[in-house]
Design a protein around this ligand. Structure first.
Ligand code: ACO
Length: 326
């Protein structure tokens, strides 16, 4: 007998400190006007000097557990999606598992900004295959520690935050209807953090050259983002036999307001149905769709019986979509 799998609890955590465009004007040669017109971003949150991805993730996870009316002991798998882990190992999922008091398997997923929908798809598969019953999925990022604050072409774009979801069996008439995951490693150079891994271990030279900061070819990524997110929405709808008019809310990865506009045009969806919070948080990578879904549900934009599509793209390059009946 097939079972339905869905989200039964949500949580989010945004660090308190706000970095506005006016603050950035004092740091690099930029302007509020440039940032707003090119990206739609007005401010972003910045983690404290001692706050890590697991710190943010634990706070989001605890809220999601409460929302699902569960305790950490009920969870039998923790999946953390992050490109800004506390450290290479142990995994951020293991750190979160320990700190929330869970006693279960835990691993990280590395799909950059597509990490949250990737992890939801994996969680659904683990539950359908009966490996797990209740999975905690966390998207948590502290990008501010991997951004070159002297590079105006990237530092204005990113922010810190975390979102979490409890995934478990749900009633037959709701839950995750279809998922679609994709990747194209041939375009990996468009968005990467070059040093600190086995290819280019940390040396004084790599640090002097700023190779431990995120590097991005912005305009190339922009084009792939529009293409891949539009394709991923159409693909997940096709898999479920749905058409775009049946979708109540699109929750896209929040990288750039202009990307969201272009995707809505490509898939012929009225922009009023697109959930936008990029103005307040910037691009939080794997936390973006998680926090956007959280806010859409908590504000009542997404409610019982709403049909939602989550869609994301990111470094890899990767893309992912997830059709959910709420
Ligand atoms: N302030 C002022 N001027 C700037 C700034 C800035 N912050 N940044 C760049 N510029 C300048 C450039 O130097 C360039 O000047 P030039 O014409 O004299 O050379 C000019 O603005 C235009 O630069 P472009 O890069 O062509 O600007 P574009 O319109 O493409 O916008 C942006 C840049 C915002 C980065 C855009 O390309 C974009 O959003 N790309 C996608 C980024 C993205 O989605 N990344 C996802 C990452 S997901 C993950 O996995 C982490």
């Amino acid at each position: 007998m097939t079972i339905s799998v869905g989200i039964t609890g949500l949580g989010a955590y945004l660090p308190e400190r706000r970095l506005t465009n006016l603050d950035l004007e004092k740091m690099v040669e930029t302007s509020d006007e440039w940032i707003v017109t090119r990206t739609g971003i007005k401010e972003r949150r910045i983690a404290g000097p001692n706050e890590s991805a697991s710190d943010l993730g634990v706070k989001a996870a605890e809220e999601a557990l409460k929302d699902a009316r569960l305790t950490a002991k009920d969870i039998d798998l923790v999946i953390a999606a992050t490109i800004t882990p506390d450290m290479f190992f142990p995994s951020t999922a293991c750190l979160i598992q320990h700190r929330i008091g869970a006693d279960c398997a835990a691993f990280d997923i590395g799909a950059a900004c597509s990490g949250f929908p990737y992890a939801l798809a994996v969680a659904q598969g683990m539950i359908k295959s009966k490996f797990s019953k209740k999975v905690l999925v966390v998207g948590s990022e502290v990008l501010s520690k991997f951004v070159d604050w002297k590079d105006r072409s990237t530092c204005v774009l990113f922010g810190d935050g975390a979102g979490a979801a409890v995934v478990s069996e749900v009633d037959k008439d709701c839950g995750i209807i279809a998922t679609y995951l994709g990747a194209d490693g041939s375009q990996g150079d468009l968005l990467k953090l070059p040093a600190g891994g086995s290819l280019m271990p940390s040396t004084h030279e790599t640090i002097d050259q700023g190779m431990h900061f995120l590097k991005m070819s912005g305009s190339e990524v922009f084009k792939v983002a529009v293409r891949s997110m539009s394709m991923a929405v159409n693909e997940v709808l096709g898999r479920a036999g749905y058409t775009i008019d049946k979708i109540d809310c699109l929750i896209p990865h929040q990288a750039n307001y202009r990307i969201l506009k272009a995707v809505a045009e490509h898939i012929e969806m009225p922009f009023e149905k697109v959930f936008v919070n990029v103005d307040r948080y910037g691009n939080m990578s794997s936390a973006s769709t998680a926090v956007a879904l959280y806010e859409a549900v908590k504000s009542g934009v997404v409610k019982k019986n709403s049909t939602v599509v989550l869609v994301s793209f990111g470094s890899g390059l990767t893309w992912a979509s997830c059709l959910i009946k709420w």
